[in-house]
Design a binder for this molecule. Structure first.
Ligand code: OSB
Ligand code: MG
Length: 369
């Protein structure tokens, strides 16, 4: 495929409700959609960078700058036989994984559409349906959290994840256990604790949690390994794993027994394939995280989850959990309670609804070869 043109759209979508974590609140999703065009066929990719540099170092604006000034010039007018050829092309740009992923996943979608293969097929996916969990943001009160948990259990989500932070942790878990018994439950701290909180973190051991996600700092694999020896709740790393090298370090040190893979956090699907393979080889449990995506990024997550290494339910909820109207012709929905069918049509598998996307689009840059 020769990249004839690239468009970078500024898109704004308001979520149905705010999503609060230990690092902040997000309700208005503002993001770049990258459209790569070859032979009149378009592939789409979504940039999931948040408004501020709090989950990782990227922002909506910084990622767009990297895409427009450093990534688009590396692909425009160029010929690629396969999206895996992008890795060496982008290597000289350090990190900026979400920016790279937006372009890289657009190329995978384009390649799938041009060769009439689904993304899942291209990746080597084996599942036709995937199990889905829910990630619930911090709530204004425990009562409101209980209402949410009740609703999501009723809808059939296969596991419940709640966000925690110092001052909002043990009592939330206790309340859920009291009210909902042994429902599959996990917590995500988004780096809100330190090693000095080991006593508190150890008190979570009594609740039979599936895992605690990213308790310590994003760049602190070493102390996660120390913490893993002090508590019995399995540790899952999210922010700390930005590459296969990070994963190898974490595994060598014993810092985690479970991995949350987010395609954008590691720079795209080639890196995701390598991480999935390593987790499989090492017998490490793996699941697909989410970044409050629109349908474009959501379909990528579903495709990658069809790989055999993804052994636990992911944060890949249906479109309606986030948006009243997604940007796809057919929104992502449950095929059965807690299960989503992996799209089998070419590329990401569902057509982008151009009118709906245009309605959310604030501006557009177009680059021609
Ligand atoms: O840590 O997994 C996280 C959302 C934004 C930033 C970080 C995280 C999250 C989520 C939401 O947990 C997952 C989703 O439903 O998309
Ligand atoms: Mg997380």
């Amino acid at each position: 495929m020769r990249i004839d043109a690239v468009e970078v759209l500024d898109v704004a979508m308001r979520m149905i409700e705010p999503f609060e974590t230990s690092f902040g609140v997000e309700q208005d999703r503002h993001f770049s959609v990258v459209k790569v065009i070859s032979d009149g066929v378009s592939g789409y990719g979504e940039c999931v960078a948040m408004e501020g540099p709090f989950y990782n170092e990227e922002t909506v604006v910084s990622a767009k700058d990297v895409i427009v000034r450093f990534l688009v010039p590396r692909i425009i007018g160029k010929e690629f036989a396969h999206p895996s050829e992008l890795e060496p092309v982008f290597r000289s740009v350090r990190r900026n994984f979400m920016a790279k992923s937006a372009v890289e996943t657009a190329l995978w979608d384009l390649h799938g559409r041009l060769t009439e293969q689904s993304l899942a097929e291209l990746l080597g996916g084996v599942k036709t349906r995937v199990d889905v969990g829910i990630s619930i943001g911090l709530q204004p009160s425990i009562d409101q959290l209980m209402v949410k948990v009740d609703g999501y259990i009723t809808q059939g989500f296969k596991r419940i994840k709640i966000k925690i932070k110092p001052g909002s942790d043990i009592e939330l878990v206790q309340a859920i256990r009291d009210e909902f018994g042994d429902v599959p439950l996990m917590v995500d701290a988004n780096s809100a604790y330190g090693l000095s909180d080991v006593e508190l973190l150890r008190s979570l051991d009594d609740f039979g949690l599936m895992m605690i996600e990213q308790p310590l700092a994003h760049d602190d694999i070493y102390h996660h390994a120390q913490l893993a020896r002090e508590i019995s709740t399995p540790i899952c790393l999210d922010e700390s794993i930005t590459s296969l090298d990070d994963l190898d370090l974490a595994l060598a040190l014993g810092a985690c027994s479970i991995v949350n893979l987010k395609v954008p956090r590691v720079g795209g699907l080639s890196a995701s394939l390598a991480i999935e393979q390593r987790c499989r080889d090492e017998g490490i449990a793996l699941w697909c995280g989410g970044s409050l995506e629109s349908g474009i990024g959501r379909l990528v997550n579903l495709a990658v989850t069809s790989l055999p290494g993804f052994t636990l339910p992911g944060d890949t909820a249906p479109s309606a959990r986030y948006f009243h109207r997604d940007v796809l012709v057919d929104p992502v929905e449950f095929a059965a309670p807690g299960e989503i069918a992996v799209p089998s049509r070419p590329g990401i598998g569902v057509e982008v609804d151009h009118d709906v996307l245009a309605g959310y689009t604030l501006g557009r840059l177009r680059f021609e070869a």
